[in-house]
Design a protein around this ligand. Structure first.
Ligand code: ME8
Length: 516
């Protein structure tokens, strides 16, 4: 039987600068969602990459005095380096300057043109280079500084040129039907309401080509035009699956199960993208999820405020799984979030080092000392044993539902709820006291604790893959026994099986001056 497939993507980032924490956040979250489905038995394809065209890229290159290709190459390499530094499990990394992507972008353009949805006209209106977006005059505002700004607070400039247009206005009703009939298409719900009311207020045709520069995908049949960067950018999601070659094996992953993006670009994904796809006769993705923005102590990160924290530095300083855990647990996915040194240290020490780390270290050390370094004997299970084991198995069902709605924080809350309860169980059963009074019962309590740690370790893999693997190694769980289907298989932890010497998995964070 073939496994169900699951296709998930991040946005593709503009490599006009180095990756920042916002990029890292999106990648970590999407990675957790992808890994979760893999452990749940799905055949997963996870895509990320870089969006290399557009005027913003050109302007940055000009400012730096290098060619735009050099800028793209240099920073795309940084984004790739970030993906490996974050232990992202992406199956491909797409760059929109690749040959395969020109082919796909020109193919979707031709399909939209064949449908009669593309015509030539003249564009005159406002454009934000920072957002790479056209805005209606009513969405802009002339401020006291004499500069006109768009709805995201970025400056807009007046643009007038010959342009091809996409008949977006024809798709208004079909888009509203889509939001109505497929209420899960946009998440979270606030984002869906915003998009629906924007579409209801009326859609104008969209300018989809530019003539004043040539850094982009040439328009088929009229090479004096390059495509508007968002037309080619959105197409990346099907390029990676081999479009337009629908015989390509990877095409089976389409339609995407989820496009994970930030809230600032929901409009492009929930309006333009489905309209382009409908026009080209391609199935629509199942869901577009707009996560929130991350702020440093509540302020928007920006180079001018000097509060941009480099993800590489953060990972080096706090540890990779500590950073992954913090972002995924602390910030309800879909809402804005804030990070600070104190909050990261707090989560690291309270949840990882104390709750999970100490429980593992204490119980595994007792096993090493009192059970000959082997899995303890499992006597008859009492009610408290069965209850904690059941809670650990039930956490999978809770996490599964939460992850299907991108509520990553809720999945982790359920898993760490088990850890908290397991600590109460361990303290309440007092295996150290049983050592003299009832050694057989001590072994059963230690077996149960080890089994809960195994279950928690299995569940933690999508979120903190490196540390979860170490936990499972300490319990000698084979690589082939780490899927979610093994969550309540009592036989995995076989009494008498030899265990490696226990090692601490989650170091406490100590302030550098304290550590010295
Ligand atoms: O928008 N917190 O690229 P991009 C959280 N190329 N997420 C953030 C963030 C922050 N502070 N800042 C940015 C683009 N993001 C386009 C996408 S997709 C076909 C094309 C998120 O480099 C942002 O919302 O500006 C987006 O999802 C991603 O990072 C890339 O942003």
């Amino acid at each position: 039987m073939s496994r169900d497939s699951f296709y998930i993507t991040t946005a593709i980032s503009y490599p006009n600068g180095k990756p920042h924490i916002g990029h890292a956040y999106e990648l970590i979250a999407t990675d957790a969602l992808a890994r979760f489905q893999r452990y749940d038995g799905k055949d997963v394809f996870f895509l990320t990459g870089t969006d290399e065209h557009g005027i913003k890229m050109l302007q940055t290159a000009r400012k730096e005095g290098i060619s735009v290709r050099e800028l793209a190459d240099r920073n795309a390499a940084e984004f790739q380096r970030m993906a490996s530094a974050l232990n992202a499990s992406n199956d491909d990394f797409i760059r929109t300057t690749e040959e395969r992507h020109y082919k796909a972008s020109q193919a979707i353009w031709k399909a939209m043109a064949a449908r009669g949805d593309i015509y030539k006209g003249g564009y005159a209106g406002w454009y934000s280079v920072r957002d790479e977006a056209y805005y209606g005059e009513e969405e802009t505002e002339l401020r006291e500084d004499g500069v006109r700004y768009g709805p995201q607070g970025t400056p807009v400039e007046w643009v007038e040129e010959e342009s091809y247009f996409f008949r977006l206005s024809d798709y208004q009703d079909r888009l509203l039907d889509l939001y109505e009939n497929q209420p899960d298409f946009i998440g979270p719900a606030e984002r869906r309401n915003e998009v629906a009311s924007f579409v209801r207020s009326g859609l104008k045709d969209l300018s989809i080509s530019r003539t004043t520069f040539d850094w982009g995908v040439p328009v088929p049949g009229d090479e004096t035009h390059v495509m508007y960067v968002w037309v080619d950018a959105l197409t990346n999601y099907i390029t990676a699956l081999g479009y337009p070659d629908e015989n390509e094996a990877k095409w089976k992953f389409w339609p995407a199960d989820a496009h994970v993006i930030g809230k600032d670009i929901v409009r492009f994904h929930a309006i333009y993208w489905p309209a382009f796809l409908m026009s080209a006769g391609i199935e629509l993705p199942k869901r577009v999820f707009g996560h929130g923005f991350l702020f440093n102590r509540g302020e928007k990160m920006s180079k001018s405020l000097g509060n941009v924290i480099d993800p590489f530095t953060m990972v080096e300083h706090y540890g990779l799984d500590q950073v992954r855990y913090f972002f995924l647990r602390e910030v309800p996915f879909g809402q804005d979030g804030s990070y600070s040194h104190e909050a990261i240290v707090n989560r690291t020490n309270a949840d990882l080092a104390n709750d999970l780390g100490n429980l593992a270290q204490r119980s595994l050390s007792m096993i090493a000392k009192n059970c000959g370094g082997t899995v303890p004997a499992r006597g008859e299970l009492t009610d408290p044993d069965s209850a904690i084991l059941a809670q650990a198995a039930d956490a999978l069902a809770t996490a599964r539902k939460a992850m299907s709605e991108q509520a990553i924080h809720q999945a982790l809350a359920a898993i760490f709820g088990v850890v908290a309860e397991a600590n109460r169980y361990f303290a309440g059963q007092e295996p150290w006291a049983l050592k003299k009074t009832n050694p057989a019962r001590m072994e059963t309590v230690l077996w149960t604790t080890a089994e809960v740690i195994r279950r928690v370790g299995i569940l933690c893999q999508p979120f903190i893959p490196g540390s979860a693997a170490k936990l499972l190694d300490l319990l000698a769980v084979g690589n082939d026994a780490r899927g979610f289907d093994r969550i309540d298989t009592l036989e995995v932890l076989a009494p008498g099986a030899p265990l490696p010497a226990p090692q601490p998995v989650f170091p406490r964070y100590a302030e550098p001056e304290q550590a010295a």
